[in-house]
Design a protein around this ligand. Structure first.
Ligand SMILES: [Zn+2]
Length: 198
């Protein structure tokens, strides 16, 4: 595919937002009971997409934000209803959009599929692999363009099969062709920046 690719970079949010966890002054950050038993006994991470697929989302999950695009503190990308309409109207693929049962203003944007990625060319740093579930405690950097088998169509949002991780879990970062950037900018979607992918 000719043209440049860009990472969708969520801007910092004023409020904390969680999907799989709750956060309170009394108890701190706690996994919601709905997902109990899904954590790795060793590193305490759980497969985020499987958790959503199998167990759904609690009805009291609400997003405190005003932007069209944001990342929750547990790493999920949410898009506003307006952003969702832009995606649908412009026939942009690659996202499996999951409604929040208790908040019709926002939806989760999960990857429809993950791009085959060559670990030899990925250019990332990986820290401490869990002996039980093989996930890394943390990763550094982003997969290089040359490491991924990018789709033929410019209108598909991309996500590598190499996961970005922090100590809490996976961070869902997405890569798009400049054609999608053009569409998002035309509609002035808020809450994100575009970082040219090396
Ligand atoms: Zn583990």
């Amino acid at each position: 595919m000719r043209g440049s690719y860009y990472w969708l970079v969520p801007k910092d949010q004023r409020h904390n937002n969680w999907i799989l966890y709750t956060d309170s002054l009394e108890s701190g950050v706690v996994l919601r009971p709905r997902y109990a038993g899904m954590e790795c006994p060793r590193c305490r991470k759980l497969d985020e997409t499987t958790a959503i697929k199998l167990k759904g989302i609690d009805p009291d999950v609400r997003i405190r934000a005003k932007t069209d695009y944001l990342i929750t503190d547990d790493g999920f990308i949410c898009v506003s209803r307006r952003a969702y309409e832009v995606i649908v109207d412009n026939e942009i693929g690659g996202w499996n959009v999951v409604p929040l049962p208790g908040d019709d203003r926002y939806m989760l944007a999960l990857p429809e599929r993950e791009l085959v990625t060559d670990m030899q060319k990925v250019g990332m740093k990986f820290h401490v692999k869990c002996l039980q579930c093989s996930r890394y405690r943390e990763t550094c950097g982003f997969p290089l363009l040359q490491s991924m088998q990018l789709p033929e169509s410019p209108k598909i949002v991309c996500c590598s099969e190499v996961w970005l991780e922090n100590i809490r879990g996976r961070r869902f970062w997405f890569l798009v062709h400049e054609e999608i950037v053009k569409i998002f900018k035309t509609h002035r979607l808020t809450g994100l920046e575009y970082m040219k992918a090396p």
